[in-house]
Write a protein that binds this ligand. Structure first.
Ligand code: MRU
Length: 400
């Protein structure tokens, strides 16, 4: 199935989206821990160059694949949330640059399109920028074309692809490290509440908050996972429940509005979420509803812990107030599965994210360690390049 823009202007005819093909077993692989289809896969010729995506709009009903053969198709897939979640958007942006380079397209223009596809998840622009820089540096270094090296453009495309692969590998390694650090914060018999979706579907590895949850499950520490359904697009009910079920986790899906009562009943030991952008002051932009949970958790003295790679920290955004929050189409709120939930023509208020102040975040788990409290100074310490060592471990533990 090729990715084609179909429904940017309106809802899919049914939920999940229309069409779809059975999964191509040749594309099923071991990239992610618990999916039978990789979240994102680069395809070399003759099947590519292309980026193949597990279509998250169809989950959990169907594991369809969307193959993007050019950047506008990939941008469309990002808009429609075929692929979503901060870390994998960074990987997707980088592979998008490689795709443009391999096709001989205008790479800088493609990078601009990709960076702007979604404004809040900072990883998208970050990954795109990294691959573009690798491409441009390789082009600058390339010798004049001769018979040994007839095509500098091809060399540069290879550099962009290498960079995209490096970003994916770093993301997978970061998941492992975040899970390891995070496990230390999870008590025996823990009952965890989570919001949105943060597992293999958002990462080239095991994800962010869900990687910690999975580690706790595997360590026998998790008694129960509570999954906020995450209105309006149900990333919790559709995607996190899907990941939890496949991992054999004991989980329960709840309406977002039930979280207050659940927390009041004392049934939650820790709230774990991911992040789409962390401003320099420690404010956390994440899926809309995270701020509700943070206020509730604070009121009920339950820790709210954010799990995110260092690439999600954005020192270019000084405060939470400066974070650009994406607002999405009305139909996401006013319809479900193609059925009207509100009178036709209703206006909507549909921010995809909200911003939680650092004061409500008990701890931040990154691949480099845990920071507690979340302050600008501690974020700067975490983000400083790790000291060079001969064995160069990717994660330097800086528990603060
Ligand atoms: O709109 P989405 O589905 O892309 O939002 C994703 C989230 O809010 C996740 O919680 C976030 O990216 C952090 S974990 C990767």
């Amino acid at each position: 199935m090729k990715s084609r823009q179909r429904n940017r202007a309106g809802p899919p005819g049914r939920w999940p989206g229309p069409g779809g093909r059975p999964v191509d077993p040749a594309r099923a692989g071991g990239q992610t821990q618990i999916m039978s289809v990789p979240t994102l896969q680069w395809l070399d010729p003759p099947r590519g160059p292309a980026v193949a995506l597990l279509d998250q709009t169809r989950l959990p009903a169907e594991e369809g694949v969307v193959t993007c053969e050019n950047v506008p198709e990939l941008v469309d897939a990002i808009h429609r949330l075929v692929i979503r979640g901060a870390p994998i958007l960074g990987v997707a942006g980088a592979f998008g640059v490689a795709l443009a380079a391999c096709r001989g397209d205008d790479v800088a223009a493609a990078a601009r399109l990709l960076s702007e596809a979604r404004p809040t998840a900072v990883n998208l622009a970050w990954g795109t920028r990294r691959a573009l820089a690798a491409y441009q540096a390789a082009l600058g270094r390339a010798p004049e074309p001769d018979h040994q090296n007839p095509d500098p453009q091809r060399l540069a495309a290879g550099a962009a692809l290498d960079e995209a692969r490096a970003i994916a590998a770093e993301d997978a390694a970061a998941s492992v490290a975040m899970a390891r650090h995070g496990l230390g914060l999870i008590p025996e018999g823990a009952r965890v509440l989570t919001h949105c979706n943060t597992g293999s579907l958002v990462s080239a590895g095991g994800g962010t908050a869900f990687a910690v949850i999975l580690a706790a499950h595997r360590a026998g520490r998790l008694t129960r996972l509570y999954v906020d359904e995450t209105r309006p697009l149900l990333q919790g009910a559709r995607l996190t429940a899907y990941e939890a079920q496949r991992a054999g986790i004991d989980y329960a899906v709840l309406p977002d509005s039930a979280a207050a009562g659940l927390l009041a009943s004392g049934a939650v030991d820790v709230v774990l979420t991911g992040a789409d952008r962390i401003a320099a002051d420690g404010s956390v932009a994440n899926k809309v509803g995270t701020y509700n949970l943070a206020v509730l958790a604070h009121y009920h003295s339950v820790p709210l812990v954010v799990v995110a790679p260092v690439s999600t920290i954005d020192f270019g955004t000084a405060t939470g107030a400066e974070i650009v929050v994406e607002h999405r189409a009305a139909w996401e709120v006013t319809t479900l599965g193609g059925q009207l939930l509100a009178p036709a023509g209703s206006a909507s208020y549909n921010p995809a994210f909200d911003v939680t102040p650092a004061s409500l975040v008990s701890a931040l788990i990154t691949e480099r360690g845990i920071t507690q409290p979340v302050t600008t100074g501690n974020l700067r310490l975490l983000s400083a390049p790790p000291p060079r060592r001969k064995s160069a471990p990717a994660d330097v533990s800086v528990e603060l």
